[in-house]
Write a protein that binds this ligand. Structure first.
Ligand SMILES: [Zn+2]
Ligand SMILES: [Zn+2]
Length: 167
């Protein structure tokens, strides 16, 4: 189910378009779910079409601190430029596409998917207040407290300290 539209239906000028696309059918990735909401502001003129895009979708993550699953929104915005004259795109313009005069549709599926995937944060924490897991006993400290003292020295270090003392 591609996200595309027929630009030839629109006169020159500014147009607002909205799309809803099932993230499953877009094959976005298994941690994404629900609909991708895409808002596009199209600026169409005789020589080019500029699309200002804003996309948002829900996703499930695993907390880096407590390893519990949690849901969060992933959103991104990006700009796409479509030109009717191939020479108008610079070599480095990654988001510039050439439209042949006989084309009348623009497909933004691939860009939307790529930008959403790039928008996934590297670090995921279920809440800034997440207490994580106790490194000593493995209890989830969001649900229960443990009796491990925080400054208790890891047994490995104890052994090393003993070695040092015996020197
Ligand atoms: Zn957490
Ligand atoms: Zn503990």
């Amino acid at each position: 189910m591609p996200i595309k539209f027929k630009f030839s239906d629109f006169p020159d000028g500014i147009h607002e378009l909205t799309f809803l696309a099932d993230s499953n059918k877009l094959d976005l990735g298994s941690n994404f779910f629900g609909d991708v909401a895409l808002d596009v502001i199209m600026d169409k003129s005789s020589h080019q079409i500029v699309l200002k895009c804003e996309a948002e979708v829900s996703a499930e993550f695993e907390c880096d601190r407590c390893t519990e699953k949690f849901e969060s929104k992933v959103s991104t915005n990006f700009l796409l430029v479509y030109v009717f004259d191939e020479a108008s795109c610079g070599i480095d313009d990654v988001n510039c596409y050439f439209l042949r005069r006989d084309e009348n549709t623009i497909d933004i599926t691939k860009d939307t998917k790529e930008y959403l995937r790039l928008a996934v944060p590297m670090k995921n924490v279920c809440s800034s207040e997440c207490n994580g897991i106790c490194p000593t006993c493995g209890k989830n400290l969001n649900y229960e407290q443990c009796n491990c003292t925080k400054d208790e020295i890891n047994p490995v270090w104890n052994e090393l300290l003993k070695l040092k003392e015996n020197k």
